[in-house]
Design a protein around this ligand. Structure first.
Ligand code: PHE
Length: 472
């Protein structure tokens, strides 16, 4: 049976950019950028993306496309040694763990799409008074807390977050069952341009708000005083998570890229698109926070508590709130789902290619997805429950949800990144890597040599240094 492949060059880029652009870009990047020097951060971030993350991404692509296999097998094939497979395997499982908590948050976005479309965040006017805004934020905060179970009210009834989590995971499984090209690629080709368009519309709508110039300045005015050593660690961590590195996602997607497509080209376009979308997200969000004079935050608090209150306070009639909030939560859903595809696909490729049952050679995709649905679903449900009041799902002082987040982002991601660079830079033959990166000489060799140098000498050292710094 021929191996799966992306069918078109645009589809390849949409799927890979889809993996990259996710919750990290929408709710974390703008906040981190704003608080770490605005344009100064953007410049540092872009340089780090190009000099550190692109070589790592290329290394993962090379391992995948050369190996023509799942992350575990491709890591072994790159070097011929079974021990490397362990790192590939850990990446896959870590990716599935990330997927579990990603499903919970994405599930929240489904709840909020529903609420937005049914008019829960319709503008009710009077949005100029500070007390009113604060009261609305408090009310929206309460709504969210009760919804996720912090109010303790519905622990014994069927908790909606759990239902949405399962629906979201099920949706992923159905799309992936259609296959790499007919499922993932087809959805991404529609969702990524739609996501871009929605961001653009929201950013443009922000222009007419009073706080636009202040919000834009927060994100775009360079403030070099805010840049510290910590900033660079933030930038690297954000860039890795945002570009889906170290989780088996890019290695797996790399194995689906057609042989005559330029890996360097894909990496560049994906990185630039990811940065652009993150900036647009900031332009869509911050002008509203500055208009209403509320504190800028990030994460679930921003997206599910503050923003709904601001949507409900937008000027221009009730429909404005309905349209803007609906668009925003649909955007959040698209961003999340195209990212979760890549996490689930890393697992699916692994299970179909490595697990055998009853002497059958390979598991079919639907079969593999059913198994993953049960395994990931169980963990996801635990994650959803760990958010609720009165549950004791706490590991080392963090809820299960936060624990998975920290373990994967701070430890597994950097180790995976270093491993990919060492494999490609030191364990694979230079000629093989060069041929893969230039598609047998079709593309510019000088750029490729430059990136190979970075992957060999610069990335492992820089990432290792930051990794240690981040831990202590
Ligand atoms: N890049 C995604 C985001 O920014 C998250 C992700 C991480 C997806 C790792 C796949 C692998 O939200």
């Amino acid at each position: 049976m021929a191996r799966n492949q992306f069918a078109s060059k645009f589809g390849t880029m949409a799927a890979i950019a889809g993996s990259a652009v996710g919750l990290g870009n929408i709710w974390r990047f703008p906040y981190v950028a704003g608080n770490n020097g605005g344009a100064a951060f953007l410049i540092i971030y872009t340089v780090i993306c190009l000099l550190i993350s692109v070589p790592v991404m290329l290394s993962e692509f090379v391992i995948g496309r050369k190996g023509q296999s799942n992350t575990y097998r491709s890591f072994i094939k790159a070097n011929g040694k079974k021990a490397w497979g362990i790192i590939g395997g850990v990446e896959i499982y870590a990716g599935l763990a990330i997927l579990a908590f990603y499903c919970v948050v994405a599930g929240w976005s489904l709840e909020y799409i529903f609420a937005a479309v049914t008019g829960e965040f319709a503008s009710i006017g009077g949005g100029d008074a500070a007390e009113l805004i604060n009261a609305r934020i408090a009310a929206m905060g309460q709504r969210f807390d009760i919804f996720v179970g912090q109010g303790g009210a519905h622990i014994l009834s069927i908790p909606r977050p759990v239902v949405w989590t399962i629906i979201f995971l099920g949706l992923n499984c159905v799309v992936l069952a259609f296959g790499v090209s007919k499922g993932i690629e087809r959805c991404s080709k529609f969702m990524i341009p739609a996501l871009f368009l929605i961001l653009l519309i929201l950013a443009i709508m922000s222009v007419r708000l009073d706080g636009f110039s202040e919000g834009a300045a927060f994100l775009l005015k360079p403030n070099w005083d805010a840049v510290t050593g910590q900033t660079i660690i933030f930038a690297l961590g954000q860039s890795f998570f945002s570009l889906s590195l170290g989780m088996g996602a890019m290695t797996t997607y790399g194995s689906y890229i057609q042989k005559d497509q330029s890996l360097v080209g894909v990496a560049f376009i994906v990185v630039l698109a990811t940065i652009l979308m993150a900036i647009l997200a900031g332009l869509a969000i911050f002008p509203a926070t500055f208009t209403f004079g509320v504190e800028v935050t990030s994460g679930p608090g921003l997206v599910f508590k503050t923003l709904p209150a601001l949507f409900a306070s937008l000027p221009g009639g009730p429909w404005v709130g309905v349209v803007v909030s609906s668009l925003f939560f649909i955007l959040l859903f698209f961003a999340a789902v195209t990212s979760s595809f890549s996490l689930l696909e890393a697992g699916t490729a692994y299970v179909t290619e490595e697990w055998t049952f009853g002497g059958r050679k390979q598991l079919s995709r639907p079969m593999a997805l059913t198994i993953l649905f049960v395994l990931v679903g169980a963990l996801a449900v635990l994650c959803a429950f760990s958010q609720m009041e009165g549950t004791s799902l706490v590991i080392m002082g963090d809820s299960l949800f936060d624990f998975i987040d920290k373990l994967t982002s701070n430890i597994i991601l950097p180790i995976g990144g270093i491993a990919a660079c060492i494999l490609v830079g030191w364990r694979m033959e230079d000629k093989i890597v060069f041929n893969e990166l230039t598609s047998e000489g079709q593309f510019n060799g000088a750029i490729v040599r430059f990136f190979m140098f970075l992957a060999k000498w610069v990335c492992p050292i820089v990432i290792f240094y930051m990794f240690i710094k981040g831990l202590i």
